[in-house]
Design a protein around this ligand. Sequence first.
Ligand SMILES: [Zn+2]
Ligand SMILES: [Zn+2]
Length: 135
Amino acid sequence: MGTHAGSCLCGAVAYEFDDPVVQFCYCHCPRCRKATGSAHASNIFVRPDQFRWTRGQEQVRRYDLPEAKRFAKCFCVTCGSPLPHATRAGDGVIIPAGSLDSDPGVKPQCGIWWSARAPWYLSTAELQQHEEGLR
Ligand SMILES: [Zn+2]
Ligand SMILES: [Zn+2]
């Protein structure tokens, strides 16, 4: 059992959560693509009592998608990085795994909304990998 920390790109906001992770899934839905700018969200779910902000909570803004039953996102007002948000029902906190500062020690268990994945999606196993950036 341990505690894991995360933060936004500019460092103004930081948080931590305690093990155990309830669920860790990729979400391929179109809303998650828009919200992350990426092929899929990488979402860790924990209970509310496992989560706390440790810095800059006043810099966190929340957006609840009006037409959605539960879709929301939080982000840093300075750098725009995705940050954890509480579910509207108050029964959990969804943590964007890319904001973690270190290895949470767990891997994703599943992907959801596979039927709605981006038409251009390829698994990383199908791509030529470079240790660093292309010149
Ligand atoms: Zn920031
Ligand atoms: Zn989604």
